[in-house]
Ligand binder design. Sequence first.
Ligand SMILES: Nc1nc2c(c(=O)[nH]1)N[C@H]1C(S)=C(S)[C@@H](COP(=O)(O)O)O[C@H]1N2
Ligand SMILES: [Mo]
Length: 165
Amino acid sequence: MKRALPLLAVFLLAGSQVVALEPPQGEVILTISGKLDHPNRDGQAVFDLAMLEALAGRAASMETPWTEGEIQFSGPLLRAVLAAAGAHGQEMTVKALNGYSADVPVNDAYGLDTMLATRIAGKPMSVREKGPLMLVYPFDQDASLYNERYFSRSVWQIQSIEVAP
Ligand SMILES: Nc1nc2c(c(=O)[nH]1)N[C@H]1C(S)=C(S)[C@@H](COP(=O)(O)O)O[C@H]1N2
Ligand SMILES: [Mo]
């Protein structure tokens, strides 16, 4: 028990280092709203490409219904983005530039290696190529995800994410 206190202090200190989310230097491509511990602009968390790509991420090659053959997607894990914003909640509304939106359980971020892809085949995605951000499920890890339930949550041209309790 004597060791518990210093250890706790170390965890608290480590936690406090991610409290502040730096302001973006480049063009804002993602806005997160909801109950946030780390807002960086007007109560919301805004990110540029460099901020997103600095977070813990993954790169994986897979087939999707929207692409030809196997192609590599890369970008931050959705849970890393939510953690950077300090977002709390159970449900997300993921909104696209074209007005499409999907309700996505927050558990899809924590229970799966879902990524907010910033790149396809190593290149940033233009809006024409379904960019700047696309929610990519780990179809490479779990073939049972390859169905309409997850396709409909695979929002492309993502602009914002609202996190609701
Ligand atoms: N931005 C955006 N993302 C989207 C959609 C959309 O219309 N706009 N449609 C969703 C749905 S309902 C499905 S099933 C898949 C596949 O859409 P598609 O069949 O039009 O390719 O993309 C999802 N992501
Ligand atoms: Mo769909």
